[in-house]
Design a protein. Structure first.
Length: 236
């Protein structure tokens, strides 16, 4: 287990590390920077740098964590990357099913593989599935997500790179919005955020505002209209 500063979760679990860039949101990938830094520090799980690597020795770690927690799955990769074998994805889902006292949050930009595998996977109620929607071109991922039988389906509009326009939030249970952070961070406009927040309010969808981002994200903070927005899905 690794604790994390990611505002919408509590811990991370990385049975897979490494990824490759496929869309505009990947340009300044924080995970790539971190993976290369960890390799330079001699961290064994990052011996391959940012090349996709499956770690069987990490698979059953959540079963050892007795205190229930929110767990972000593969914060350093993409669970549905083409280089992750289907059998390994199924093994990850099996661990999530057995570790029923946790809630697992998975996020992908690879909606086609997600949609293709969804019917062959077992979806326990403690698995939340999300897609990244960083710009209008990525809205296609929402339709793919809608057909996934996850108990909670969510959108991560981070990094939010432009107005998303009108969103179809039918059967979507949660929306996260955040600006890009770190070197070369692209700016996010307030009106883009308010546009999403107002649509969530109209549709009764919980809205979570993660951060404004920028080179100094701590200084920029996470207040929108003078308050924090930390709504989460209502689950049993």
């Amino acid at each position: 287990m690794a604790t994390t500063k990611i505002e919408w979760t509590e811990s991370t679990w990385n049975p897979v590390t490494g990824c490759s860039k496929i869309s505009a949101g990947c340009a300044h990938c924080y995970a790539e920077r971190m993976a290369l830094r960890l390799r330079a520090m001699g961290q064994a799980n990052y011996r391959n740098g940012f090349r996709v690597t499956c770690h069987e020795h990490v698979l059953e770690h959540p079963l050892r964590w007795r205190m229930p927690r929110m767990v972000f799955v593969n914060s350093m990769s993409d669970l549905f990357h083409r280089d992750v074998p289907e059998a390994f994805i199924a093994a990850i889902f099996d661990v999530m099913r057995r570790a029923h006292w946790h809630r697992f949050q998975a996020l992908t930009k690879r909606e086609n593989r997600l949609a293709g595998l969804a019917a062959r996977l077992e979806w326990p109620d403690n698995v939340w599935m999300g897609v990244t929607v960083e710009n209008k071109a990525a809205r296609r991922r929402i339709d793919a997500l809608r057909g996934v039988p996850a108990a909670v389906r969510f959108l991560s509009a981070e990094p939010l790179l432009e107005s998303l326009g009108r969103l179809d939030l039918t059967d979507i249970h949660w929306v996260i919005v955040g600006g890009e952070s770190g070197p070369g961070a692209r700016p996010m406009k307030e009106e883009w955020v308010r546009e999403i927040q107002s649509q969530c309010a109209a549709g009764g969808v919980p809205f979570f505002f993660k951060q404004w981002g920028g080179v100094n994200k701590k200084k920029a903070g996470r207040l929108l209209d003078g308050r924090t927005w930390d709504a989460m899905p209502a689950v049993a």
